[in-house]
Design a protein around this ligand. Structure first.
Ligand code: CAA
Length: 381
């Protein structure tokens, strides 16, 4: 098995690391307090090609694969998790449109998503009454002449108030259940699309999370992705890829926390020596480093399977489950090692713990990942 990275993948990793250290990390603590949306940062990341790492070059992307994308997400997560989640969702939306829209429609949206003109993309699947059970959505789309009218509400929409383009799922045929759900591209400034509420969250304060209302939003037939009734499996496919992004984000957050903690444990003295020399601390760090390595490998393995066009749904679910659950444990160990200093804002650890908590929930909770894994086990090899 070859674990080496190509020159191009290393270049994307270096670019993202440099951007994270130069543009994101210095303002991450202030953004956590102010809740300011990272408009400028997204524009600069777009300029560096990081809003379309895996998007084809013909549509303005970097034309790299899922491995490069995962490496970039790890670096951005390490710099500022709030910015990383906006980038992750935007990449997912750009890829979704690039692969499933008519060519002229893809050309209408994707280059502007990638170059930052549209700020970012948003993925509007969840609703107030349907999160894990995505097929239970109630937003409807009714056809009138050549136009579809979308009516309903969407919940937990990352960047929902800022995105220039959203993919919105709606029921077009109730009786057809999963096969009666359709995905539409909706412009951020569409008439009838409003922000009903912005969530006040535990962490990820620099990322906006919106409740959206669609009141007869009109969308042309050509803005349907993959065809009427094809939306549910499209959402599932997009989430399979998105879960690699969130797994990478969690790894990045945990890596940042662990690096900070190793430095701290080498400097902080108790009982006449640096605390890293105490076995109780060393054992926690050893566990954390091992979990981090395992999560990184699982994430890159899922990305490699996607890159090789092999089935990767199960691998992505396993990677997200393991990485996010262990990233949470790593951040908790890091906080414990910092003692009281870990619990206050002077150190970045309490922010990492608050930020990483969301990764166990969005793009499929850990329970949903287990469900996906178990269903794949039942299906057999
Ligand atoms: N790829 C392609 N098709 C798939 C698929 C996949 N990975 N998984 C399922 N499907 C297809 C099935 O083949 C089936 O098709 P047929 O009807 O033609 O046979 C159809 O979809 C229905 O499949 P299921 O019976 O498995 O569907 P279900 O209703 O039992 O739900 C689920 C499955 C896995 C629980 C799914 O609802 C799910 O993933 N839920 C979690 C939703 C989620 O992750 N939401 C995240 C919101 S987005 C977000 O968080 C973004 C953000 O802003 C940060």
């Amino acid at each position: 098995m070859d674990f080496s990275l190509t020159e191009e993948q290393l270049l994307v990793q270096r670019t993202a690391r440099d951007a994270a250290e130069r543009l994101l990390a210095p303002k991450a603590a202030a953004r956590d307090v102010s809740g300011e949306f990272p408009l400028q940062e997204l524009a600069e990341l777009a300029e560096l090609g990081l809003l379309g790492v895996a998007v084809p070059e013909a549509l303005g992307g970097a034309g790299m694969g899922p491995i490069a994308y995962s490496l970039a997400m790890m670096e951005l997560g390490r710099g500022d998790a709030s910015v990383a989640v906006a980038v992750s969702v935007s990449n997912m939306v750009a890829e979704l449109i690039a692969t499933n829209a008519r060519p002229e429609v893809a050309r209408q949206w994707v280059p502007r998503l990638v170059n930052g003109e549209l700020v970012c993309g948003a993925f509007a699947l969840s609703e107030p009454e349907s999160g894990s059970d995505a097929a239970a959505m109630r937003t409807t789309a009714e056809k009138r002449g050549g136009t579809w009218r979308l009516t309903g509400a969407k919940q937990w929409i990352t960047s929902g108030d800022r995105a220039g383009a959203l993919v919105v799922w709606a029921v077009t045929d109730v009786a057809a259940k999963h096969n009666g759900i359709t995905a539409f591209i909706v412009p951020g400034d569409a008439k009838g699309l409003t922000v009903a509420r912005l969530e006040d969250k535990l962490g990820l304060h620099g990322s906006s999370t919106a409740q959206l209302v669609l009141d007869g939003v009109e969308v042309g037939e050509d803005q349907i992705l993959a065809g009427v009734g094809r939306g549910f499996s499209l959402a599932m496919q997009a989430l399979d890829g998105g879960r690699i992004g969130i797994s990478s984000q969690a790894i990045g957050i945990a890596r940042g926390a662990l690096e900070q903690t190793i430095r701290y444990a080498g400097e902080r003295q108790t009982f006449g020596q640096p605390i890293i020399k105490h076995q109780a601390i060393a054992m926690m760090l050893a566990d954390a480093a091992t979990w981090l390595d395992a999560g990184t490998l699982m994430t890159l393995r899922a990305a490699a399977a996607k890159e090789a066009k092999q089935p990767f749904s199960q691998l992505a679910a396993m990677a997200k489950l393991f990485s996010t659950e262990h990233a949470w444990k790593i951040c908790d160990h890091c906080l414990q090692i910092h003692g009281g200093y870990g619990y206050v804002r002077d150190f970045p650890i309490e922010r990492a713990l608050r930020d990483v908590r969301a990764t166990r929930i969005y793009e499929g909770t850990s329970e949903i990942q287990r469900l996906v894994i178990a269903r794949n086990l039942l299906r057999g090899p």
